[in-house]
Design a protein around this ligand. Structure first.
Ligand SMILES: [Zn+2]
Length: 238
């Protein structure tokens, strides 16, 4: 049997409150890095999409320049053929050159349609990329702001946690080591909440009934009692 006083029970309740708050802070602190990583991943994904679109656009521009130089080559050929026309000797040769000129005009007209289509597409894509980039800037700004808030809160919470842990240590020193030992065992068994009030014969930790004799004994606040169901330290909480 471990004897106890009403004051010691009050201290155990305080310790438990510190534990609950410390756990909450710890889990908040643990959550900061994954949140920051998530922002980074989102930004990287958007940056990658933009880079892919830019590479498509630069490929299209290259194609466009090649096609444009094709039309210039064709125009040059047409010009030379026109010159030849002046000095041809036979009718057959004349028609052959005319046919070639006609073919070159047709080719150029097809290429020009193609170029126009590409230009149209390029123009649209470039407008979209400008939008994407401004969205990216917005995203980066928002992320930086939220991360700054998170980090700032993290610093405050870390200080709070430090204060809790040191006050916890001080409080423990004032207690009977045997009581603290039992408290810690109960905390491990119940994964966090080591002490529970009993109200109306019901343990507030597990919502089960306490045997009547134990319930009566609790009112004396003279020894540590444990809930027979959940193993928490229990106290008279009416
Ligand atoms: Zn219980």
């Amino acid at each position: 049997m471990v004897s106890i006083t009403r004051e010691q029970i009050a201290v155990l309740i305080e310790l438990q409150n510190i534990d609950v708050e410390s756990t909450r802070i710890q889990s908040f602190l643990n959550g900061i890095k994954p949140k920051v990583d998530q922002f980074d991943m989102h930004i990287k994904a958007v940056e990658q999409t933009i880079a892919e679109k830019e590479s498509i656009i630069s490929g299209l521009k290259q194609e466009y320049r090649l096609r444009e130089s094709d039309t210039k080559d064709n125009q040059e050929k047409i010009r030379r053929n026109n010159e030849k026309l002046v000095s041809v000797k036979t009718n057959k040769e004349y028609h052959a050159i005319l046919k070639e000129i006609e073919g070159l005009h047709k080719k150029n007209s097809i290429i020009e349609d193609e170029i126009l289509q590409k230009l149209d597409f390029l123009e649209k894509e470039e407008k979209l990329i400008v939008l994407d980039k401004s969205e990216l800037e917005k995203l980066k700004e928002e992320a930086a702001q939220e991360i700054a808030v998170l980090n700032e809160k993290g610093d405050t919470e870390r200080e709070k946690l430090k204060a809790f842990l040191s006050s916890r240590e001080e409080i423990e020193k004032t207690m009977d080591p045997e009581v603290i030992k039992r408290f810690k065992i109960a905390r491990e068994q119940t994964h966090g909440s080591a002490i529970a009030a009993v109200k109306n014969t019901i343990c507030q930790g597990c919502n089960m009934n306490i045997p009547p004799q134990m319930y009566n004994e609790l009112q004396r606040f003279d020894k540590l009692e444990f809930c027979p169901r959940c193993y928490r330290i229990i106290y008279w909480g009416e």
